[in-house]
Design a protein around this ligand. Structure first.
Ligand SMILES: [Zn+2]
Length: 81
């Protein structure tokens, strides 16, 4: 159903292009991510609430549930009904 968040995602490092499958936490936004390819510590792009919104294939669980409080966060934003 619509309340079933997708937690499996693939994050892509913008520095080296390394991709890795990850499972997103449901209780917190992950603001930092250590690339396992080049060791760069990734941070969200401006306006995104977490690294998954910026660099992964699926927006983070809080975005999927339209609970993100950032008004500038539009990527993958689900309209509250
Ligand atoms: Zn990297």
């Amino acid at each position: 159903m619509s309340d079933q968040n997708i937690l499996e995602t693939v994050i892509t490092c913008p520095v080296c292009g390394h991709t890795k499958a990850e499972t997103m936490p449901t209780d917190a936004c992950q603001y930092f991510y250590d690339c396992t390819g080049c060791g760069t510590v990734l941070k969200p792009k401006q306006g995104d609430c977490c690294v998954y919104c910026s660099y992964a294939t699926v927006p983070c669980p809080s975005m999927q549930g339209a609970k993100c409080k950032s008004v500038t966060c539009v990527k993958g934003h689900y309209e509250p009904d």
